[in-house]
Design a protein around this ligand. Structure first.
Ligand code: EZ4
Ligand code: CO
Length: 469
């Protein structure tokens, strides 16, 4: 649809020509259509505050020529972004997947964001981030911030490829040999969770997040209900056309979770790091009780206790417990992180790079956290794509205050469509030294797996009232 603006690049290199200058040129060199394009491009360039002229020594200026949005369902739904440039073969790949609202993000990218990017300099990542965040006036929210993250990742990918460096080098270079990883173990009962955890340890994991089904409740986040852990792996194939409803009651949950960790500590010994995800479903006093009751089992952290709206309520949990606290996968604004970090109400900030605005946002959160002795634990579930997982690890291995990295193994069918991404070895994640983020998307393969509408489950109390899932 959009052709490379090579004639514009040449104008750009000679400096900005005035409108009259372009018009004068038109008679001798350019067709009418080219002049219109030149004028449009000049407006876009004028919008940029920074220089757009050949920022990489010896390389010509670069333009974004197209933004392709690929919606595909290789096992799960993913929204991928491919930002093409005026340099033949140079493009960036990003991930803009928002589980359950994929098409809203795709429409934002295609209808609203793409036209703003054509003709811009892809090297101006920060300027583009500010422009897309503050430019629409109606800023923020998970849909727009996921779209912005997709573009941000693609632009970092382009910059890395252009510089012939992996992104972690652009972020300051290595601070560690790998990123400590945790995996998920869940089961219908204590013995089943133990079995899954033991298999993880055999595979090399040093850290395991454990969730167990709660007797008397029909499903609780992160547990397999009455299915085997394998059958309940949460794929789109297992999801309903409309949301499934799970039942949650705090009392049995608050009894079951300490029992789970008492059991796992006794069976697995003191060395393994254990984690648990509350998935934002508790009230403050319930979370305080759980954090207190879990103290003897020395969790690595207790994840996402409270709904994301209630940052001040973390004070109550802090007052009652030394269990380390993590929070943040539902945040979609940098400013969500500020109160928790500056009051040291949490120990780990675990934003989702795919929903908070990509690497450009994450490096600011990490820097703020560093100043308050808070570490990072970026969200790493299966419903964000490999480019976001790669971005997680590029940041993890280049910052001083990394804590831990949630991870998943992608099935072969996903890897057929999206290649690359971080690798797991001996308990740690790492990225290759490929330039950029190290991921690619096979558009032909993506077509084989069309989008399938799928919802995350919802939850209700036994009396039928709405409960956070
Ligand atoms: O439920 O990403 O820590 N991981 C999580 C995830 C979230 C999903 C929701 O889309 O809480 O599994
Ligand atoms: Co979580």
């Amino acid at each position: 649809m959009h052709k490379p603006l090579s004639n514009i690049s040449q104008l750009g290199r000679r400096g900005f020509l005035g409108v009259a200058g372009v018009a004068a040129l038109s008679h001798s060199l350019l067709s009418r259509r080219q002049v219109v394009r030149a004028l449009l491009a000049k407006d876009r360039l004028a919008e940029n505050t920074g220089s757009s002229a050949g920022s990489c020594r010896g390389l010509p200026p670069l333009k974004i020529t197209d933004v392709r949005v690929i919606v595909t369902c290789p096992d799960r739904n993913y929204v991928l972004v491919k930002v093409l440039t005026s340099e033949p073969g140079l493009y960036g790949v990003g991930d803009a997947t928002l589980n359950g609202r994929e098409l809203a993000v795709a429409a934002d990218l295609e209808q609203h964001i793409s036209p703003l990017l054509i003709g811009r300099d892809p090297e101006q990542i920060e300027d583009t981030w500010q422009y897309l965040y503050r430019g629409p006036y109606w800023r923020g929210g998970p849909v727009q911030m996921t779209a912005l993250a997709g573009i941000d990742l693609a632009l970092w990918d382009i910059k890395g490829k252009r510089a012939n460096m992996p992104v972690y080098q652009l972020l300051g270079g290595r601070t560690r040999t790998g990123a400590l990883a945790y995996t998920h173990a869940s089961g219908r009962n204590l013995v089943e969770v133990e079995g899954v955890a033991r298999r993880a340890l055999e595979r090399g994991f040093k850290c395991v997040r454990a969730q167990v089904a709660i007797p008397g409740l029909e499903g609780t986040y992160g547990t397999p209900g009455n299915k085997t852990p394998e059958a309940a792996a949460g794929r789109v194939a297992n999801m309903a056309e409309l949301p499934q409803t799970e039942v949650f009651e705090p009392a049995p949950y608050l009894r079951a979770v300490p029992r789970l960790f008492e059991y796992l500590r006794a069976k697995l010994g003191p060395e393994v790091e254990l984690l648990h995800d509350c998935h934002e479903k508790l009230d403050p006093i319930q979370a305080a009780r759980l954090a207190h009751d879990l103290e003897p089992y020395h969790l690595f952290f207790l994840e996402d206790c409270l709904r994301p709206e209630y940052k001040e309520s973390f004070r109550l949990i802090r007052e009652h417990s030394t269990t380390p606290l993590a929070m943040g996968e539902l945040f979609n604004s940098l400013w969500d992180c500020v109160p928790l970090i500056k009051e040291q109400l949490i120990d780990y900030i675990r934003c989702d790079l795919g929903h908070i605005g990509g690497i450009t946002a994450a490096r600011k959160v990490a820097a703020l956290a560093e100043l308050f002795q808070v570490r990072t634990a970026w969200h790493g579930p299966g419903d964000i794509g490999p480019p976001t997982h790669a971005a997680n690890v590029h940041v993890d291995i280049s910052i001083p205050n990394f804590g831990i990295q949630e991870m998943v193994f992608f099935p072969d069918v996903t890897r057929e469509v999206i290649s690359g991404g971080p690798e797991f070895k001996d308990g740690y994640m790492n990225v290759s030294d490929l330039p950029g983020l190290g991921c690619d998307v096979n558009e032909e393969a993506a077509k084989k797996y069309p989008y399938r509408r799928a919802y995350l489950p919802t939850a209700r109390r036994k009396d039928g009232s709405v409960q956070d899932w």
